[in-house]
Design a protein around this ligand. Structure first.
Ligand SMILES: NC(=O)c1ccc[n+]([C@@H]2O[C@H](COP(=O)([O-])OP(=O)(O)OC[C@H]3O[C@@H](n4cnc5c(N)ncnc54)[C@H](O)[C@@H]3O)[C@@H](O)[C@H]2O)c1
Length: 256
């Protein structure tokens, strides 16, 4: 696995909460932060994948990642889960809002319910997890929140109206939270991945032709994998980016 070569010493022993850490990019982040010596907790709805990840990392890292099962669509449950995570970690300094579900839906099939459900799974929880995390971060003297958006919302993709709306909304949320939380020394930035080839993407949406078409658009001609998002998130979490907030960081191999 291509892991970040750099060591971020300030992340050692640091409390990190990752949503959607059970698979895909989130799992790479759980592993990447745990390998830095960070104390990692992650929330996911997928129990089997999440437990398998913890089992795999248990013999290999100083602090075994702590898995909390929860459905992030449930706002009150989510706040309690964040409190439990912070308690398990001892302190909380980094939040990575990563969980999402990129359902495709043709325009004609979108209903009021499906629209709300899409915002609940892709956007709403990012605010409420942050809201619950902030008091813990204040107690730590500050922190870093990293919200996962996507370049997808800038690509005029017609079959993801609700997802694209949520991913664009995350930029607005990032900037508003950055403004509100800057005085508390809590930084808030967004990451916009390009096409990252994960198991779910391969199973549901992309094939060799889609990948080739995206690589054609990229400056760099390599496929992006989940581990490629680890380094940028370590940087945004660490003091190396201490004066960086309200920004969007595109990691797409150079499409935009
Ligand atoms: N893979 C890509 O190409 C790509 C591109 C751009 C942006 N992104 C963004 O990166 C992030 C991670 O994407 P990924 O491809 O790794 O996704 P993924 O679907 O592989 O993983 C998402 C994780 O979130 C969890 N999750 C989903 N709904 C949940 C809920 N209601 N409660 C708790 N957990 C829930 C899933 O179980 C899963 O483990 C997302 O925000 C996604 O929008 C991904």
């Amino acid at each position: 696995m291509a892991m970040a070569a750099a060591q971020f010493y300030d992340l050692e022993g640091c409390g990190v909460l990752i949503t959607g850490g059970g698979s895909g990019i989130g799992a790479a982040l759980v592993e990447g932060f745990a390998r830095q010596g960070a104390k990692v907790a992650f929330i996911d709805i997928a129990e089997v994948e999440s437990r398998a990840l913890v089992d795999r990392l248990t013999p290999e890292v100083a602090h075994v990642p702590y898995f909390l099962k929860a459905d992030l669509r449930n706002v009150s449950d989510t706040a309690l889960t964040v409190d439990r995570a912070a308690e398990a970690l001892g302190s909380l300094s980094v939040l990575i809002n990563n969980a999402a579900r990129d359902d495709r839906q043709p325009l004609e099939e979108v209903t009021g319910e499906s629209w709300d459900e899409n915002q609940a799974v892709n956007l709403r929880h990012m605010f409420f997890v942050a809201q619950a995390a902030v008091p813990h971060m204040r107690r730590s003297g500050g922190g870093s929140i990293i919200n996962f958006s996507s370049i997808a919302f800038m690509m005029n993709m017609g079959d993801i109206p609700a997802y694209a709306t949520a991913k664009a909304g995350i930029i607005g949320l990032t900037k508003s939270l950055a403004g509100r939380l800057g005085p508390d020394n809590i930084r808030v930035n967004a990451v916009l991945p390009g096409m990252v080839v994960t198991e779910r993407q391969k199973k549901l949406w992309i094939d060799d032709a889609t990948i080739a078409a995206m690589i054609e658009k990229q400056c760099l001609k390599q496929v992006l994998v989940a581990e490629d998002l680890v380094g940028p998130c370590l940087y945004l979490a660490s003091g190396c980016s201490a004066r960086m907030t309200a920004q969007t960081m595109i990691i797409d191999g150079g499409v935009f």
